[in-house]
Write a protein that binds this ligand. Structure first.
Ligand SMILES: [Fe+2]
Length: 465
């Protein structure tokens, strides 16, 4: 397959297409084997908290949802937290002021699996831009972590997001996460869906949800992950009596959906630093009159670009994708939502699902309708760039079959595992880079300065143009 990619690249570079570029990089073949369950043991200690993950707990970044799992229902069902700057805290309060946030606890059954106790505590009224220590469990099972809250929402607040999709729990997944952590720049993870891949195992082996939680903890306990639901979170299996969509996902990963007026944890929005982030569900109804449609219709006019200049949309199934894998699966959502993305000048749309990397031009296909029949995307300075970062590295392997003759909407594409970084500098500029796993940390396989669509709608030039 790599021969095909190399040939395609040669053809493109020699003038067959003026579209984008297909990378000629030949990825080192690595097996997409899952890391055995026994390599993700639970932490030691009595009833020790495990699978710790955090996410933003409100609309504006002053709350944090802390989630963890314990094998027993024993107390404590709360998180203890305090400011990391102990000296300041001692001076202010005459001692380290420790606070508690109580958890709600849930369990679920899935076929022959019974979950352990899953706890979710929302820490509220945090200070901006402050490092906090938090502690879970007690006795010899006590575990300590930390996080830093974002700066107050504002137009020129620099902030860096990591972007990973379709992670799974293979050796390649671990390479992706380690590579991301080694760069040390990410402050919050935008996770584009397809978490554990438990559903590819017999009876959707839900122990794989547990091992996945242990696997990502080295990141997810210390920086918030903004979650997007993917198809591997559906867990629909009527053949074994499982009819409830997203059951394990909804029990394990809580999000602040009510804060943005959403009626479902599958779509919601947050403001963080200088961004307004909208999470959509590719696997929930989105046509006219549906709750997701109505929510997005109401949400987009609320975005205040003077307060949050960067408007970013996350979803699982890409709207623009020139890979044979999952080709045009996002087409129906594109037809429904793309006109709004252009109208409201969305800066960037991130998706996963396709296990490779692709960056689009700023294009739209909104002039297409059944009577005019003009069905080719055209350059559109008000349109977002569509980024497919579904290359976390999971059990299903790489999507190495790009459509021959790279379409004009596709700026750059490569079938390698990796992660991306979005470094927002101010209201006009953001530096974006994509990093394949095989490279040293500072090397970018693709990079571009993005210009804000509202404040500085200039055409961008990428390193791969
Ligand atoms: Fe997917």
């Amino acid at each position: 397959m790599w021969c095909l990619v190399t040939l395609l690249s040669f053809l493109l570079l020699n003038g067959v297409s003026e579209a984008g570029r297909t990378s000629s990089y030949v990825r080192e073949a690595l097996p997409s084997l899952e890391i055995p369950k026994e390599d993700f043991p639970p932490p030691s200690g009595y009833n020790a908290p495990e699978q710790v993950h955090i996410t933003q707990g409100d609309y504006i970044g002053r709350s944090m949802i802390v989630s963890w799992v314990t094998p027993l229902e024993d107390q404590p069902k709360f998180v203890t937290y305090w400011e990391a700057n102990e000296k300041k805290s001692v001076e202010t309060n005459g001692g380290i002021k420790r606070n508690r946030a109580h958890a709600i606890t849930t369990t679920y059954r899935y076929y022959n699996y019974s979950s352990a106790y899953i706890h979710h505590a929302t820490i509220k009224r945090l200070k901006y831009n402050t490092k906090y220590i938090y502690e879970l469990g007690n006795g010899n099972g006590t575990r300590k972590f930390w996080f830093t809250t974002p700066p107050e929402v504002g137009p020129d607040v620099p902030y860096t997001f990591g972007i990973i999709g379709d992670l799974g729990q293979t050796q390649a997944s671990n390479q992706t996460l380690e590579h991301y952590l080694a760069c040390g720049k990410g402050q919050t993870m935008l996770f584009l869906g397809d978490f554990s891949y438990a559903d590819v195992h017999p009876f959707h082996d839900n122990e794989k949800w547990d091992t996945f939680g242990r696997f990502i903890e080295k990141s997810s306990a210390y920086e918030p992950w903004i979650y997007v639901p993917g198809n591997h979170e559906l867990d629909l299996a009527p053949e074994i009596g499982e009819h409830t969509l997203f059951k394990p996902y909804k029990h394990r990963y809580h999000v602040p959906f009510r804060a943005s007026g959403s009626t479902s944890p599958l779509w919601y929005s947050i403001k963080r630093a200088s961004t307004h982030i909208i999470v959509l569900s590719s696997y929930s109804a989105f046509s006219i009159y549906t709750p997701q449609y109505r929510w997005l219709k109401d949400e987009l006019p609320k975005v205040n670009r003077t307060e949050t200049p960067w408007l970013i949309v996350l979803m699982h199934s890409p709207m623009y994708n020139s890979n044979n894998y999952h080709f045009m699966e996002g087409e129906t959502m594109r037809v429904v939502f793309e006109p709004w993305f252009v109208k409201y000048k969305v800066d960037l749309v991130f998706a996963g699902h396709v296990h490779s990397y692709e960056r689009s031009e700023r294009v739209s296909n909104i002039q297409y309708n059944i009577t005019e029949g003009i069905s080719s995307p055209v350059k559109d300075p008000s349109a977002p760039v569509y980024l497919t970062v579904g290359d976390g590295g999971n059990i299903e392997g790489i999507a190495d079959s790009f459509i021959e003759h790279q379409p004009s909407y596709s700026a750059f594409r490569e079938a390698s595992f990796g992660h991306a970084l979005l470094q927002i500098k101010n209201r006009t500029h953001a530096f974006y880079s994509w990093h394949r796993n095989q490279d040293n940390v500072p090397i970018a396989g693709d990079s571009i300065w993005f210009y804000n669509r509202y404040w500085f709608p200039k055409e961008e030039t990428s390193s791969n143009a």
